[in-house]
Ligand binder design. Structure first.
Ligand code: PAZ
Length: 315
């Protein structure tokens, strides 16, 4: 990476507002890594999930948001845990959570919305399903959280990148058994903290002009400096399918990641394409199984590739 790029990254972090509870996060992170990876016990993956926000005021009232429900990250996390990985789940507050993806926003209120033609048995049944799922999910979340899942929330681009750097630096000693699976939708543009107004932007004086700076690209520095031995998967989202593969191929070459998962907004739950130096592989959801999700097949393939990578690193 050019020193120009490194300078931009350094100045981004130097001018960022300090990360709240950093000591607490570091303590949890190091404890989790020690517990899971010492003596090569388990592979460890950082799954990023959800979209970052760009605040427009330091005492933030308004922000620019990046689209992502967090479903991909949450579903992938479940599959990584199933495959024996310990997962650091770096997620946007309020987005989908592992093991709770299918719960409605407010399961209890939804239970009491009686459609006109629903009989009382149907109501009781759906209520008991929700209660069962809710308790089961809570128990499972707690059990998993004890050893295999560490959940770290972020909201802003500043928090996300500072936390990603902490995690990557902490993963350095895990070497090839560590992985980054970067499914979060990260802002490309932001308002630098020192040029941001402190108080709420006033309205009533005509249109608002905001100048956004480009967020420095951190992927190259993650690959070269922070965690050079980690297996690294990035994502590329486009709404125009005609440019998707080309963009993903360019990202693969530019950031030297091990694979780029390319997906188109409207079909992202049905299929993705793994773009890598060994060719492009289309991964689809098993449409004959109603409960199947595309992440079942995607994570199986990624885990296989990680196994090959670990073997090759030891030879
Ligand atoms: O979170 P979700 O399930 O609604 O969507 C997942 C996704 C499209 C955000 C993810 O698969 C992805 O492509 N993330 C990277 C987005 C980007 O190109 O910045």
């Amino acid at each position: 990476m050019s020193s120009m790029g490194e300078d931009e990254v350094s100045s981004f972090f130097e001018s960022s507002p300090p990360l709240k509870k950093m000591e607490d996060i570091l303590q949890k992170l190091n404890g989790f890594i020690e517990l899971n990876s010492s003596g090569g016990r388990r592979r460890i993956v950082c799954v990023t999930s959800g979209g970052t926000t760009v605040p427009l005021e330091q005492r933030c009232v308004r922000n620019i948001d990046n689209f992502s429900s967090g479903n991909r990250g949450a579903a992938s996390t479940e599959n990584f845990v199933k495959a024996g990985y310990a997962v650091v789940f770096l997620y946007r507050s309020g987005t989908c959570q592992p093991y709770c993806r299918s719960l409605p926003d407010d399961p209890f209120l939804e239970c009491f919305q009686f459609p006109d033609n629903t009989n009382i048995q149907g109501i009781c049944l759906s209520f008991s399903i929700y209660i069962h799922r809710f308790i089961f999910n809570q128990m499972f979340c707690t059990a998993v959280a004890e050893a295999r899942l560490l959940k770290l929330p972020f909201t802003t681009i500043y928090e996300y990148l500072q936390m990603l750097r902490l995690i990557a630096t902490a993963f350095k000693d895990v070497g090839p058994c560590s992985m980054f699976y970067l499914a979060a939708a990260v802002s490309d543009f932001y308002v630098p903290w020192n040029s941001m107004t402190e108080h709420k932007i006033e309205s009533g004086s005509g249109p608002l002009d905001i100048r956004l700076a480009q967020v420095p690209k951190m992927l190259s520095i993650l690959r070269t400096n922070w965690a050079p031995q980690a297996f690294c998967i990035s994502f590329k989202l486009e709404t125009d399918s005609k440019i998707l593969i080309d963009k993903a191929t360019k990202a693969l070459g530019k950031y030297k990641v091990h694979a780029v998962v390319a997906n188109e907004l409207s079909t992202r739950k049905e299929e993705v394409v793994i773009v890598s130096s060994s060719g492009n592989v289309v991964v689809r959801r098993d449409s004959d199984k109603p409960e199947a999700i595309v992440e079942d097949n995607l994570i199986r393939l990624i885990v296989d590739r990680h196994s090959t990578y670990i073997k090759e690193s030891h030879t």
